[in-house]
Design a protein around this ligand. Structure first.
Ligand SMILES: Nc1ncnc2c1ncn2[C@@H]1O[C@H](COP(=O)(O)OP(=O)(O)OP(=O)(O)O)[C@@H](O)[C@H]1O
Length: 647
């Protein structure tokens, strides 16, 4: 499309109107400047091609600046939504320029209050989990389905080996707003997630729906059909319930890749974000399309999807390496004869987040992939923080934590709704990722003030129930003891509002599962008190160590009161998690020292039965050393996070 370098008003944006008579041709039309003017809006939805021509002087339109807020933020006064079941379809209706008629005042009030009631019934934050079926690769590798679902609760059955190589299953139970099993169709996913939100966007609500989960867990599969289905419903509402009321549907589609914004509907044109004096975020030159038909939206979505950045990860050959954001914006022009630009009424944003695989999984990948991973993780962390701040009605919302949250800023203020769909793989090979995803979801859920009180205690701490398959004793069977002790010791909240209990499970890139987090134990070294010991005597040493561990602890990292600078928040958050990992690492090192001492005692004791115990302990040490290596990798990942270029 031709462009000129002519000056343009900062509030104008490229808006395209689809010509319903000539499929596939787009007409670009300038919306007019901020505050009106231009009268160029007469050719919108449903008008015939004759009115969809360029301006008479054949002026070429420049790429403008789409202010996501400014020229649309003056929202409709309450009670202006009218219902007229018998009116004609909004499209092609020549009466568009007239005021709405046909309803009595009482009808209007009734309709409005019904909609408000409905709006109040839709939770501010809804967390839904979707389990996908095992895929061919997983079946070929004979991986098991380790997820069971019962209504809105879900259990992960994690197979674990004790240090003495006995196997047991650790159950992790979670409760969410909804849990969808592998048999659930995309239609049902829509009905459970977005459908209830759609009517609200005609009521001045901004809603965000995003999918979260490890690479290959089904985020794109889940997200892709949603905007289309939502558009269908929106258009249906516009054509029926809200017909002749001046509503229009605008579509834009862009991605955030490596901290940069690209327009997926305009040849991946690089876009820039600006913040105006009112701290409103604008994406300069983002193209918006005014659409009236579902087929058109389908074409746009396909076009945008084809332009997305994908790469290959270990788990998904066509992995999304970017966050893709598709926005359906409802605007309204109350009186078209007054040539005022349409104003935003509500907005529905769909975000297909990039895969949340951790640094540890990307060791084989190149630097670019690792940096992508760090960038992705940073935005996920920031997103979680924003949702938390939002739901706690916190004055300060750390939007600046990432480009993603900056772009979504307007979806976090005012009357907003957030739907998070956590996608999980059922396979045993993805167990740790699945737990990470569920913990992230659990945290998002727990962020809700409303949810805290209603929350099922079972879900709040991923209460565990370890079932021993093949019992055996081991000094290193720590999974079943430390965490519970830790929970009892600390339950106060840190400055981010998380209880230490929740903090035991760090954010996605840093999940440490096998070693207890939370309180940091200062473990006394076991002294050699007895030259002749056997395996059974060691258990008393173990008990002693546990008791001492429980009593002697140092305080977890403390942070100063909340600062108002957003980046400081994120930095502090990352630092806090880094400290936790360092603490875990130290604890593992100390455990290794203790086991070595015990092994020395066993060697010195030189009893016949001790050889088996010794080899079990050696295996245990190997396991712990593997954990140490993992910690190191995760700390390296943090270094990428913390590097000045990334924060
Ligand atoms: N619920 C499901 N039912 C059937 N197949 C599914 C389901 N979810 C995902 N799949 C299949 O699994 C594969 C990976 O899914 P998808 O690309 O959506 O993962 P993703 O989470 O978006 O990955 P990435 O983050 O790497 O982009 C695809 O082939 C997809 O068709």
């Amino acid at each position: 499309m031709p462009r000129s370098s002519s000056h343009h008003q900062r509030q104008s944006s490229d808006t395209f109107i689809f010509d319903t008579t000539s499929r596939g041709r787009w007409f670009q039309q300038e919306l007019g400047s901020y505050g009106g003017g231009g009268g160029a809006f007469q050719g919108w939805l449903g008008t015939r091609s004759s009115s969809l021509r360029k301006n008479d002087d054949d002026r070429v339109f420049t790429s403008g600046l789409l202010d996501l807020h400014s020229f649309n933020t003056e929202l409709l006064p309450e009670g202006q939504i009218f219902f007229d079941e018998s009116a004609e379809d909004i499209l092609g209706d020549s009466r568009l320029g007239t005021k709405f008629r046909g309803l009595s005042e009482s009808q209007v009030l009734r309709s409005s209050s019904t909609d408000k009631e409905r709006a109040n019934n839709v939770a501010k934050i809804k967390v839904v989990v979707r389990k996908r079926p095992l895929n061919k690769k997983e079946i070929a590798k004979k991986e098991e389905d380790i997820i069971t679902i019962d209504s809105n609760s879900l259990t992960v059955h994690e197979r674990k080996l004790k240090v003495d190589l006995t196997e047991y299953v650790e159950k992790h139970e979670f409760v969410f707003d909804a849990v969808l099993n592998e048999g659930v169709s995309n239609d049902n996913v829509y009905a459970e997630t977005v459908e209830p939100v759609v009517p609200l966007i005609f009521q001045r609500t901004k809603a965000t729906c995003f999918a979260y989960g490890q690479t290959g867990s089904g985020k794109t599969y889940t997200m892709q059909p949603l905007p289309l289905k939502a558009s269908q419903d929106i258009l249906r509402l516009m054509h029926h319930t809200y017909r002749n009321q001046g509503f229009q549907l605008n579509v834009s589609f862009f991605e955030i890749y490596g901290g940069k914004v690209f327009d997926l509907l305009n040849d991946r044109k690089k876009l820039f974000m600006r913040e105006d004096g009112k701290q409103q975020v604008c994406i300069v030159g983002l193209q918006e399309y005014v659409v009236a038909k579902v087929e058109t939206i389908k074409e746009l979505i396909e076009k945008g999807n084809a332009a997305r950045s994908t790469g290959t990860t270990g788990a998904n050959e066509e992995s999304s390496r970017s966050h893709a954001i598709l926005q359906l914006c409802i605007k309204r022009s109350t009186d078209l004869t007054e040539s005022k630009p349409a104003r935003i009424v509500g907005k529905l944003s769909f975000i297909d987040l990039a895969g949340s695989e951790r640094g540890a999984d990307t060791t084989d990948n190149d630097k670019q992939t690792r940096i992508e991973g760090a960038e992705i993780n940073k935005s996920l962390l920031a997103l979680k923080e924003c949702i938390r701040a939002l739901d706690n009605d916190q004055g300060h919302i750390p939007f600046r934590g990432s480009k993603l949250t900056e772009v979504l800023r307007d979806s976090f203020v005012g009357d907003s709704r957030t739907v998070m769909i956590s996608c999980i793989s059922p396979s045993s090979g993805s167990c740790e990722h699945t737990l990470n995803t569920l913990r992230y979801a659990d945290r998002v859920k727990s962020l809700s003030k409303g949810n805290n009180s209603k929350r099922d205690p079972v879900s709040s701490s991923n209460v565990r129930d370890s079932t021993v398959l093949n019992s055996g004793s081991s000094i290193l069977s720590q999974d079943d003891t430390f965490e519970d002790e830790a929970t009892n010791v600390y339950n106060e909240k840190n400055r981010f509002g998380w209880s230490k209990q929740l903090e035991r499970e760090p954010s996605p890139p840093m999940i440490v599962d096998r070693v207890p987090s939370g309180p940091i134990y200062e473990q006394d070294r076991i002294r050699k008190t007895n030259k002749r010991v056997d395996g059974s005597q060691l258990s008393s040493l173990e008990d002693k160590r546990k008791i001492e561990s429980c009593v002697k602890h140092v305080n977890p990292p403390q942070f100063e009161a909340n600062h108002s600078v957003p980046d400081d928040d994120l930095n502090a958050l990352l630092k806090e998690e880094e400290d936790l990992v360092t603490a875990h690492r130290r604890q593992v090192e100390e455990t290794i020292d203790i086991v070595k001492e015990e092994m020395n005692l066993l060697v010195e004791a030189d009893q016949p039965g001790n050889h088996t115990i010794l080899s079990q302990k050696a295996a245990g040490i190997l396991q712990l050393q593997t954990q140490l290596a993992q910690f190191q990798r995760r700390l390296n990942e943090y270094n990428v996070f913390m590097s000045p270029g990334n924060l």
